[in-house]
Design a binder for this molecule. Structure first.
Ligand code: PRP
Ligand code: URA
Length: 208
């Protein structure tokens, strides 16, 4: 399945500011949300449409509207929460599920602590959001959990990805389309993306 690396100048500019160690938590949160909104525009480009006749003040317009039950967004806690406002700005009626995972700092394996998904998720397309795709373990685990509930389709959207994570994710879930704002060089010995932006959760919530 396809991997889309964003080339829009606005996204590239905002990611550049996001990476800067001097960017404050307030600016960081705003940028994460803005980039998520811009990426969501791309990730929803192929949503199915259906015909609808609308009465204007002058005549009947033959229009298109989004078909069916539409979307659910699933942020991976906690850093994924930073992307929710942005995507809901574009799709305000979407449902939001939550998956709680953290990476064990020693093994780098994801540890699950929460999962609450929309009841009608099998009728929805799901976009999983998390700013960072490093080893890929968190995204792979989250998507496996969501697949058990049988949604119509799953996409994954992140701001920064390492090649190692992209490879692992596309191997584990070849059916999932992946949207990336910036594809970086590699992981360091601690599983951090280089050059990356540091710890996304800490920078969003100011916890370090
Ligand atoms: C970060 C990030 C991803 C994960 C990526 O979360 O938000 O969920 O690491 O790493 P991986 O691809 O190697 O799994 P973290 O575990 O730091 O938790 P947090 O969001 O609660 O800070
Ligand atoms: N999680 C982060 O927040 N940053 C990284 O670089 C890797 C995982």
């Amino acid at each position: 399945m396809a991997v889309h690396v964003m080339d829009h100048p606005l996204i590239q500019h905002k990611v550049s500011v996001l990476r800067d160690v001097k960017t404050t938590s307030k600016q960081f949160r705003e940028l994460v949300s803005e980039i998520a909104m811009l990426m969501c525009y791309e990730a929803t480009r192929d949503l199915p449409l259906t015909d609808k006749d609308v009465q204007t003040p002058l005549a009947t317009a033959h229009t298109k509207v989004i078909a069916g039950k539409k979307l659910a967004f699933v942020p991976i806690l906690r850093a994924g929460l930073g992307m929710v406002d942005g995507v809901l700005t574009l799709v305000p009626n979407a449902r939001v599920g939550h998956i709680g995972l953290y990476r064990d700092p020693d093994t780098l394996q994801p540890v699950e602590y929460y999962c609450k998904l929309p009841a009608d998720i099998e009728q929805r397309e799901v976009i999983v959001v998390d700013p960072m795709l490093a080893t890929g373990g968190s995204a792979i685990d989250a998507i496996s959990q969501i697949k058990k509930r049988g949604p119509k389709d799953i996409k994954f959207m992140c701001l920064i990805a390492a090649p190692e994570g992209v490879e692992a994710l596309t191997k584990a879930h070849p059916d999932v389309e992946v949207y990336i704002a910036a594809l970086d060089d590699c992981l360091n010995d601690h599983g951090y993306i280089v050059p990356g932006l540091g710890d996304a959760g800490d920078r969003i919530f100011g916890t370090k």
